[in-house]
Design a binder for this molecule. Structure first.
Ligand code: GFB
Length: 317
């Protein structure tokens, strides 16, 4: 059973963020009407405003990409916001979508929903089989609640609400604030600035030994649009590249791409987080979807975007 996007009113929540803007770019070729609402127009944490907006705009389909997101340090520093904001956004959007008769909703979670020591690669059924990684358990619990909310509304009301769990994403529109960003934008910026200033070293957080899987955000967007059109099951779907890399090797690759030959030092006062979270992507692969970028070409694209947008790329630290 496929879901036709053509001529539909499609709400992309969080369209100013890296993921939402990539989904909007992807939808440009789908012949649908894209609905957006900036934060000043609609605060998704406000239940009655969200209900009113949905009743007025009557979207046919929703991509729930709006979320409070950040890297390992931001997750650890702002637990209340990561839990509260994400719970509020999800519950308001999912419930308002149900009440206003949205035909299909795709909810975006995160690979951090899985236990800290999950088997690698992590199958979808590893959910709730062990304790979470403490640095991001607040975000993880909110993301699990959203996934379960979609499942519950599907079970009780028969609506076609599905969930996708992407791995660590990067690409155009990423957050380059060193205190809040994920590892790829942080390292691209640090290495770029070290090269520019003639510094002889850069500092990597943690031991460098954790492994991470990365997916270019345009691939993530193409995967979720594909799922919106082709997938209608209660079980969530992992979205990843199927390959992971130790942080230290990622650092060497970024140094090579940027052209920096100085030393790499580690700061072990900073957390490592989970030792690994490679996703088992066989459910997604079975639908016929494949990524377009490998890590090297994806990093080149992200670095090109950063250089072109350096002045405005949220350089607040
Ligand atoms: O990308 P990242 O912040 O998030 O960190 P997580 C990944 C790994 O890179 C960790 C290391 O082991 C970091 O210690 N790392 C090395 C750095 N240098 C840096 C640096 O300069 N900046 C950053 N940020 N990391 C997040 C979760 O976990 O991933 C979220 O906290 C979410 O909830 C997101 O799931 C996708 O992969 O550890």
């Amino acid at each position: 059973m496929s879901f036709e996007l053509r001529n539909k009113r499609v709400f992309v929540s969080g369209h100013r963020g890296m993921v939402g803007s990539a989904i909007a770019r992807q939808l440009a070729s789908e012949d649908c009407e894209i609905l957006t609402a900036s934060r000043s127009e609609l605060d998704l944490r406000e239940q009655s405003d969200v209900r009113t907006w949905f009743e007025r705009e009557k979207p046919d389909a929703v991509f729930l990409a709006a979320a409070k997101v950040g890297g390992i340090l931001a997750n650890d520093t702002y637990p209340a916001e990561f839990l509260y904001d994400n719970l509020a956004i999800e519950t308001n959007v999912i419930d308002a979508a149900f009440r206003s008769g949205v035909q299909k909703l795709l909810y975006l979670g995160s690979s951090c929903i899985y236990p800290k020591f999950a088997p690698q690669p992590i199958p979808e059924n590893a959910l709730l089989t062990g304790s979470l990684e403490p640095t991001n358990e607040w975000y993880a619990i909110a993301k699990i609640a959203g996934l379960k909310l979609c499942e519950a509304y599907r079970r009780q009301y028969g609506v076609d609400f599905i969930s996708a769990m992407p791995t660590n994403l990067y690409g155009p529109g990423d957050n380059y604030d060193l205190e809040k960003s994920h590892v790829i934008p942080a390292l691209l910026r640090k290495v770029h600035e070290a090269k520019k200033s003639g510094a002889d070293r850069i500092v990597v957080w943690g031991t460098g030994s954790p492994r991470r899987e990365f997916l270019h955000v345009d691939d993530a967007a193409s995967a979720v649009v594909h799922l919106m059109k082709t997938y209608s099951e209660a079980e969530h779907v992992n979205v990843g590249s199927g390959e992971d890399i130790p942080i230290i090797d990622l650092t060497h690759l970024i140094c090579e791409i940027v052209g920096f030959e100085g030393r790499i030092e580690t700061d072990t006062t900073k957390p490592d987080g989970t030792p690994g979270k490679l996703l088992d992507v066989s459910r997604l692969s079975a639908t016929g979807w494949r990524p377009r970028y490998d890590l090297r070409s994806g990093l080149r694209d992200a670095y090109d975007w950063f250089k072109a947008n350096e002045a405005t790329a949220r350089l607040s630290t």
